[in-house]
Design a protein around this ligand. Structure first.
Ligand code: LER
Ligand code: MN
Length: 270
């Protein structure tokens, strides 16, 4: 298991990001703290200079664990299940651009907030629409050797795919080898009856893992039992990244990233 920190480009509107701003600065800080990788939240892949990122990666010996796409929803309303066809098609096109970026610098593509909201619509139709959009992106990604991960989100952030069970069903319906599951302790703490059981049940699909405590502070500052979570991850043989996606609490971005690293390093070294 390796540790990663979520950082973002300057225009991010999502709060659970350690370093909003300069990717280079965020990467340097993550490296200095001891992280193996960064996960980058990118609204528009066109603003990321891939060759510069590759130079930085090589210089710092850092990896890109994943590319977050939710900013495109938060800032531009691009959504895979939007009723507005233009927004839906643009979400697919934008995700293909994220895939292009990943093919150059690495990283799993996260389908989190960019799915949007289902509202009162027929759930079956929404599922078809979502599966169709993801499959189109996944087919494009397959040719470039890129993988996608779908993340269940708590009910306050989306009304579609809140639990690991629902998400696993959709992943199976999509039936593409390059589409897997991302579980996030913050969302699981709200939606899963027993987090450890969900991790075991869907371990075969699990490609990426987000951590924050119950209050979305750095792990160790809430009431999630991370000892038990990590025991479970070890038990299922999880060998992907554990990526810190917490609020800049306590103490601001740098302190929370340090605290998280110190806390998690002990757990993964056991
Ligand atoms: C949003 O709460 C979240 O957890 C992100 O990973 C979604 O893209
Ligand atoms: Mn997350």
């Amino acid at each position: 298991m390796k540790l990663s920190l979520v950082i973002s480009t300057a225009d991010a509107s999502f709060d659970a990001l350690a370093f909003k701003g300069d990717l280079e600065k965020g990467m340097k800080m993550a490296k200095e703290i001891g992280y193996d990788a960064v996960e980058i939240a990118v609204r528009d892949p066109k603003v990321v200079d891939a060759s510069k990122m590759n130079i930085l990666k090589d210089e710092m010996r850092m990896e890109i664990s994943a590319i977050g796409t939710g900013q495109a929803y938060l800032a531009e309303k691009l959504s895979l299940i939007s009723e507005d066809e233009k927004l839906r098609l643009n979400a697919v096109e934008r995700l293909k651009e994220h895939v292009d970026l990943s093919s150059k610098i690495g990283g799993l593509i996260i389908i989190g907030l960019i799915r949007g909201f289902a509202g009162e619509r027929d759930k079956k139709k929404v599922k078809e629409m979502f599966a169709e959009g993801v499959r189109e992106v996944a087919k494009y990604a397959e040719k470039l050797g890129v993988k996608l991960v779908i993340e269940p989100l708590n009910r306050y952030e989306s009304d579609y795919l809140n639990t690991a069970d629902e998400t696993a069903k959709v992943i199976k319906k999509i039936a593409m080898d390059n589409v897997g599951l991302l579980l996030d302790t913050f969302h699981m703490n709200i939606e899963e009856p027993v987090m450890e059981e969900s991790i075991v049940k869907h371990g075969d699909l699990l490609l990426h893992f987000h951590v924050a405590d119950s209050n979305r502070w750095a792990p160790g500052y809430g009431h999630i039992d991370f000892n038990s979570i990590f025991e479970t991850l070890f038990r299922i043989g999880y060998d992907g990244f554990v990526s810190v996606e917490c609020l800049p609490l306590p103490g601001g971005a740098e302190i929370s990233a340090r605290e998280a690293h110190e806390f998690l390093s002990k757990l993964i070294k056991r």
